[in-house]
Design a protein around this ligand. Structure first.
Ligand SMILES: [Zn+2]
Length: 252
């Protein structure tokens, strides 16, 4: 059993490595295929320098040819992908694996692009909303088509309103377009409860990260990406959804 999970974990590390490439290239408009290279010196990487986690550790986080720092996002994304997908195999009903595999992968790509460039790709958000509708219609997600549609609309509207309020009151862009699209996508996979739970948990995690960054950088207003925290909030939701529904049931 343990051995099987270990093997799957390793396979998912490789998948995470591919999602890194997707995230890196999707916001630059490059093709997803073709050999990996160092973004600093453009040297093509040998296969033994692209082994998930291991290569990063062996190279001590630096490129073999130019010695520039390799973004720690690479091993972090690989590890998070493997952890989330292995937990999915353990805790989530088999009939929902395909749907959540897509959802988790999309979330991981978003974490990568938003942390790196404060960008969230519409291929990932808008592209997956109709997929969630189809999956829920086919009973491959634990919600009905109507719940999926309502979740997407709710997710979009709630952040759209927040963004416009922010703009009206303080005349600043508090919320990016990408965050609005992202919560709509999260809502399409998790329904209204999923969308607002993700928003609540995401805001909480975002505020903590903001405080930590302020303490570390001593800047009064660090620019923080909100998307990754929304995604992490939604990951917590999909694993604890039963408990969350039981918790809020008496109030509705
Ligand atoms: Zn290099």
């Amino acid at each position: 059993m343990i051995f099987a999970y270990l093997l799957e974990f390793i396979l998912f590390l490789c998948w995470g490595s591919f999602l890194n490439v997707v995230g890196y290239r999707i916001i630059r408009g490059y093709s997803f295929f073709g050999r990996s290279y160092c973004p600093h010196c453009r040297t093509q990487l040998a296969w033994y320098d692209t082994i998930p986690l291991i290569s990063f550790i062996l190279l001590k986080g630096r490129c073999r040819s130019c010695q520039n720092i390799i973004s720690p996002l690479y091993p972090a994304i690989e590890f998070l992908t493997a952890l989330m997908l292995t937990l999915m195999l353990i805790y989530i009903d088999q009939k929902y694996w395909f749907g959540y595999f897509l959802f988790i992968s999309a979330g991981i790509v978003t974490i990568r692009t938003d942390f790196e460039k404060m960008l969230i790709s519409r291929y990932v958000t808008w592209g997956l909303i109709p997929v969630a509708f189809i999956l829920s219609y086919m009973h491959l997600l634990p919600l009905s088509l109507m719940e999926s549609i309502r979740g997407a609309l709710f997710g979009y509207l709630v952040l759209w309103i927040v963004a416009h309020l922010f703009h009206a009151i303080r005349n600043i862009e508090g919320m990016g377009e990408g965050d609005i699209d992202l919560l709509a996508m999260i809502g399409s996979f998790t329904g209204i409860t999923g969308a607002w739970t993700s928003l609540l948990l995401g805001s909480f995690l975002g505020i903590i990260s903001c405080i930590v960054q302020m303490a570390l950088s001593k800047r009064a207003h660090p620019k923080i990406a909100f998307g990754p925290w929304l995604v992490l909030g939604s990951f917590i939701y999909i694993f604890l959804q039963q408990q969350i529904h039981e918790l809020i049931e008496p109030f509705f």
